[in-house]
Design a protein. Sequence first.
Length: 339
Amino acid sequence: MAENKAENIVLVTGGTGSFGKTMVSKLLAEGYKEIRILSRDEAKQEEMRIAYGRPELKFYIGDVRDRAAVDKAMKGVDLVFHAAALKQVPSCEFFPMEAVKTNIIGSQNVIDSAVDAGVKSLVCLSTDKAVMPVNAMGMSKAMMEKVAQASSRQLGEGDTVISCVRYGNVMCSRGSVIPLFIKQIKEGKPLTLTEPSMTRFMLSLNDAIELVHFAFENANQGDIFIKKAPACTVRLLAEVLQEIFNADNDIRVIGMRHGEKLYETLASAEELRRSEDMGDYYRVTYDDRDLNYAKYFTEGDVQESAVEDYHSHNTYQLIKNELKDLLLTLPEVQAALEH
């Protein structure tokens, strides 16, 4: 992160969500001068204000679709986490233009505002669904990445550093399957699986926060950062949760939802060929070709590689005991066991 945290002001767009609240807790613990939240939901802001009770935390009501509202929150800011988005796949499928307005145009507003305000670093939160997207949410997030990279191409030394981080479903985040399974177990209802063989990366909120910190510390213009993570099938996840809660609920297969993928892809083979393996992370650099394509037709780019996409089918697959141990580290699972 940037130096002199006590002097830095941080803005978190969409900061009342699962990610935002965890990020705010981390930022407060690290001693930042001021942490601003820009979001539309006044009720959630009031809940956060009461829950935290910290004078460093400032709340701004506004929508990223509104450039003027973004500018007001951005004034004097040093670092930006852009988490505001429409994230529900079915909602975006039925209302794709709403995804365009928030995830693409709203992101452009945040990027332009950050650059104009002289922000040091901006990290935009993306998703596995942006890789070879099959749904409107993923398409809009893929366009957000393109907008971020296109903007970064116009910037030079000393300008705002724009980067993205990409991750899949975060364990126990709002709308994810683990809280749903726990609720169904406690209510004695069948566990509803869309497709038992479906795989998902097992990434915790803390892992997601660490990924953003890593981006702030290591980003060059236009970089996309990915945290490596293990995965498991949805069926194994349901079975392990049953074991943890000593339950024997039926498992009901209900079929895949609108726009849902069988597995999460965090990087395409093409991206991996121009990525840097940084141990726990991949840094994917942007394609730095310009609009002069002629030399590529004459010279060619003949790099051949056996690299394949990085996805939840071919990453390390957790076995039952490993998954159980991982789930038991989650505060939400421990809290559910106590009540």
